[in-house]
Ligand binder design. Structure first.
Ligand code: HEC
Length: 110
């Protein structure tokens, strides 16, 4: 291989590495408060996560992060499946794995 090809490969590697790290940086900086609003969570659980619009809807702020994440995941994949959690299932189709983790971490701190 010519020397210039090696340099080209090296540059491609550098560009790929910087693209990957900027993708991670973006998800790490998710604005979880806005995400919670953008995904319409506040419409049922209240802006602060502790003033649900219906007495049969749960308060979710201040709950343990791991518990919150597990509930979101289970309602999304259908393993938590009862009359009320079916309401959540539709919502969760639009919430990704990373977003579930970000929202759970944010809610736990409220
Ligand atoms: C249309 C109303 C509605 C919306 C919108 C909604 N939820 Fe829910 N959520 C519910 C209901 C109802 C339950 C209770 C399910 C049950 O009784 O099993 C619930 C349950 C939960 C739970 C489980 C609480 C527990 O103690 O186990 C979490 C966490 C949660 N929601 C978070 C969210 C998040 C995050 C969003 C936005 C992505 C969201 N919800 C959007 C109605 C809603």
């Amino acid at each position: 291989m010519k020397k210039s090809s090696y340099i080209g490969l090296y540059l491609c590697g550098l560009i790929a590495t910087s693209l990957i790290s900027s993708a991670y940086a973006e998800t790490d900086n998710i604005d979880s408060a806005n995400l919670y609003l953008a995904k319409a969570c506040a419409g049922c659980h209240g802006v602060d996560g502790r003033s649900p619009v219906d007495p049969y809807y749960p308060k979710i702020a201040g709950q343990n992060e791991g518990y919150l994440y597990n509930q979101l995941r289970d309602m999304k994949n259908g393993s938590r499946n009862n009359s009320q959690s079916n309401i959540m299932k539709g919502i969760m189709t639009a919430v990704s794995e990373k977003e579930m983790r970000a929202i759970a971490a944010w809610l736990a701190k409220q």
